[in-house]
Design a protein around this ligand. Structure first.
Ligand code: NAP
Length: 315
């Protein structure tokens, strides 16, 4: 039986792999995409990770992976379908220790892993607009993270799509560095909290574009315009922008675990900073965990905390 199965190889999973390797634990990291790094891989440039200003997201992901490799971390390609208490298959749920004392079986497509504990670091994915140009121009003006990529649009005109807290926070962040920020929302009132709605009024360069949907993101090698359609008048107009920040929500990758651990109404796994979930010896780390700030720096902290909690609980 393994000591630990780490599900996911983004910054949280790789940090957990580094800590587990250094602690001499028999651990394996399961990667769904067959490539390590997670969301960071598609981030054009990361300028808020201490010590590595301006690093390309892909390079940062590779650095994390190389570090884990150097310490002997083991990786396998596997898509996790479920986790069940060890013994549950033979004796039913009653045959298995309810507190996970006998360990768990991580059930994958075609393979199973028996382990004393599990760290779920499966991450989250940004919701997409699913409009023409979005996928093609990702990293070339289409971004899902204003705090990561906003500085590259200094002095330019940009757009933000969405009407929630993140969209309005992004608009304010961008208004401080960009020339003009079109805030495109599909309704006539924002979902974001009232304080943020008041705050955006203080920025003359934030231009709300209400009752409008993004129809297309235009450009060849980089974004040069966004086409929006007014839902009431039917009018279509082109906004000349160098970038668009899409903030239409985030979805945690927790579907395979919802029957086992407690999640909140959005599907994030409920766990404190120590990573402990509602189920013993199952930990959550990184963007899949319910938390206030989803950044690389908090994900790597989560990975370290989850391994430390596992050692306290099991070893
Ligand atoms: P969110 O609150 O779910 O807002 C998503 C926004 O995107 C909504 O305005 C929604 O429009 C719009 N949208 C969704 N799908 C769309 C589509 N296909 N086309 C166009 N627009 C679309 O998500 P979020 O802003 O990412 O925030 C996530 C969570 O974090 C929320 O619970 C939020 O409160 C929380 N958060 C809190 C703070 C804070 O307290 N300071 C800061 C950041 C985040 P509709 O309004 O029409 O549905």
């Amino acid at each position: 039986m393994l000591d630990l199965v780490i599900i996911g190889s983004g910054p949280a999973g790789l940090s957990a792999a580094i800590y587990a390797s250094r602690a001499g634990l028999d651990a394996v990291v399961l990667e769904k995409a067959g490539v390590s790094g997670g969301q960071v891989l598609t981030t054009y440039e990361v300028d808020n990770y201490p010590g590595l200003p301006g690093i390309n997201g892909f390079d940062l992901g590779m650095k994390f992976k190389e570090h884990a490799d150097k310490l002997g971390a083991k990786f396998e390609d596997a898509s996790v379908l479920a986790i069940r208490p060890f013994g549950a298959a033979d004796g039913g749920a009653e045959g298995a220790a309810a507190d996970g004392a006998n360990g768990y079986v991580v059930v994958c497509d075609g393979k199973e892993y028996e382990t004393k504990g599990v760290i779920i670091a499966s991450g989250a994915h940004h919701a997409n607009l699913n409009v023409p140009g979005e996928a093609e121009l990702q990293g070339m003006g289409v971004s899902y993270c204003a705090t990561c990529d906003g500085a590259f649009f200094r002095g330019r005109d940009v757009a933000v799509a969405g009407g929630g807290d993140v969209a309005l926070e992004d608009a304010i962040f961008l208004a401080r560095i960009c020339n003009k920020v079109y805030l495109i929302h599909r309704r006539d009132e924002f979902r974001a909290n009232k304080a943020l709605q008041e705050a955006i009024k203080q920025y003359e360069n934030i231009v709300p574009v209400l009752n409008c949907t993004v129809e297309e993101i235009k450009g060849t090698d980089s974004v040069n315009a966004v086409s929006v359609k007014n839902k009431i008048t039917g009018e279509v107009q082109n906004l000349a922008v160098s970038g668009i920040f899409i903030a239409v929500g985030i979805n945690p990758d927790s579907d395979a675990f919802k029957d086992l651990v407690e999640v909140n109404e959005k599907g994030y796994i409920l766990a404190g900073e120590d990573g402990r979930t509602s189920v013993k010896r199952i930990y959550a780390a990184g963007d899949v965990r319910s938390k206030a700030l989803r950044q690389i720096v908090t994900a790597v902290a989560d990975g370290a905390n989850a391994v430390t909690s596992f050692q306290e609980d099991v070893m």
